[in-house]
Design a protein around this ligand. Sequence first.
Ligand SMILES: [Zn+2]
Length: 83
Amino acid sequence: MGRKRRGRDTLETCANCGRSVPRDKAVQDVKRVRYDTDLKGDDNIVHTEFRTVYYCISCAKHGKIFEKKKEQARRKREREMYG
Ligand SMILES: [Zn+2]
């Protein structure tokens, strides 16, 4: 984050409200998307992929994706603890 790279910037669309935000201003979040066939037993096929999504500042703040560094670190630690 932060407006460091100057010049022409790529616009990203906010995943929540659809607003266009410059890449370096947008808040990046990696989401784990899981697809499965809902079959019981060994026939079940599970596919997981990581998708990078961008949010504008207001959505990121509202959705608690972007917050103070300390809080972010705490949340990350918790996430690692519970898987
Ligand atoms: Zn937004």
